[in-house]
Design a protein around this ligand. Structure first.
Ligand code: NAD
Ligand code: UDP
Length: 311
């Protein structure tokens, strides 16, 4: 298959590209490098099955030749990034999704949207099932990301229903691993960076807010299975091991062998920061036979080793 991955030089997009190349497919990575990096794909440069096109997918997308799959993974993804690029985030969720869908339709390709647990906002249902419509403040600071993704999902379903396009929607929960940017502001690179510098970890608020952290290899496996399924409704992909951010900080300090402790930074907590988040991943288990397999401590060890190498 020939697979176009928008955001192919990003954290998740580059891991997806590696997986498809390893399975013998061809990959075309489209990226404008706004939050990604060529370093994430430099090991594939020179591979005849790999092509990189520097392009902003919020503008019309030209790809020559046949395309079997379009995976739309382009978007600033960390809260720091989408607060820095609010308009670009809205555009890539709206126009970028439209262009990527248009490409898929023109080529007769299958389409996969990278959606997010953020479409549930600060959830009032716990854990979150795919049927939950969410609790999002459209004009809050996180609205630029959440609403862009909600619009993107609506557009994907419209192409599916009205153009009979083969589509998939993956609602990705917090994912971490090598190739995250050390300065992307998300909790995993922040904590690991601080721990390897032997600085205290900055917990925003009281640290009682919860998340579930999945290792990138588990996510890639889930996306791969979803692509190969015939299921067009959204599917949550995430682990169910829910921990508070305070507990997460303690685990990172332990795994990184840092004794610098924790400091609390109430003022750095972004308004609308979800208090809880945990996927109900029954659908992924039943439909895809998927289950996350990498324990947090093991994934963290690999990620810490990566950050030690690049920093
Ligand atoms: P990332 O920032 O590492 O990757 C995003 C990539 O998209 C970057 O390489 C960036 O340069 C590119 N990009 C952004 N706007 C673009 C545009 N207009 N044209 C072309 N390229 C553009 O982030 P990530 O964590 O790899 O996220 C990838 C996707 O997964 C995003 O759509 C994100 O919303 C989604 N997602 C990620 C997580 C997570 O925990 N990592 C959770 C939920 C959803
Ligand atoms: N967070 C934190 N310290 C940091 C960075 C983030 O305590 O240095 C918190 C943040 O307030 C949120 C959680 O960690 O409650 C996860 O934040 P992240 O930016 O990784 O992604 P989110 O899940 O909010 O999209």
């Amino acid at each position: 298959m020939r697979i176009v991955i928008t955001g192919g030089a990003g954290f998740i997009g580059s891991h997806l590209g590696d997986r498809f190349l390893a399975e013998g497919h061809q990959v075309v990575a489209l990226d404008n490098l706004i939050t990604g990096s060529l370093a994430n794909i430099e090991h594939n440069m020179g591979n005849p099955n790999f092509e990189f096109i520097h392009h902003d997918v919020s503008n019309f997308i030209h790809v020559k030749g046949d395309v079997d799959v379009v995976m739309h993974f382009a978007s600033p993804a960390s809260p720091i990034d989408y607060l820095k690029y609010p308009i670009q985030t809205l555009k890539v969720g709206a126009m970028g999704t439209h262009n990527a869908l248009g490409l898929a339709r023109a080529k007769g390709a299958r389409f996969v949207l990278a959606s997010t647990s953020e479409i549930y906002g600060d959830p009032l249902e716990h854990p979150q099932k795919e049927s939950y419509a969410g609790n999002v403040d459209p004009i809050g600071p996180r609205g630029v990301y959440d609403e862009a993704k909600r619009y993107a999902e609506a557009l994907v379903m419209a192409y599916h229903r009205y153009h009979d396009l083969e589509t998939r929607i993956v609602r990705i929960f917090n994912t971490y691993g090598p190739r995250m940017r050390l300065d992307d502001g998300r909790v995993v690179p922040n904590f690991i960076g601080q721990a390897i510098r032997n600085e205290p970890l900055t917990v925003y608020g009281d640290g009682a807010q919860t998340r579930c952290f999945q290792y990138v290899d588990d996510l890639v496996e889930g996306v791969y299975r979803l692509l190969n399924s015939d299921f067009s409704e959204p599917v949550n992909i995430g682990t169910t091991r829910e921990i508070s951010i305070k507990e997460f900080a303690e685990i990172v300090n332990k795994v990184a062998d840092s004794d610098a402790g924790i400091i609390y930074k109430e003022e750095l907590r972004i308004q609308g920061d979800p208090q809880t988040r945990q996927p109900d991943n029954t659908r992924a288990r039943e439909i895809l036979g998927w289950e996350p397999v990498v324990p947090l401590e093991e994934g963290l060890k690999k990620t810490i080793a990566y950050f030690r190498k690049v920093s």
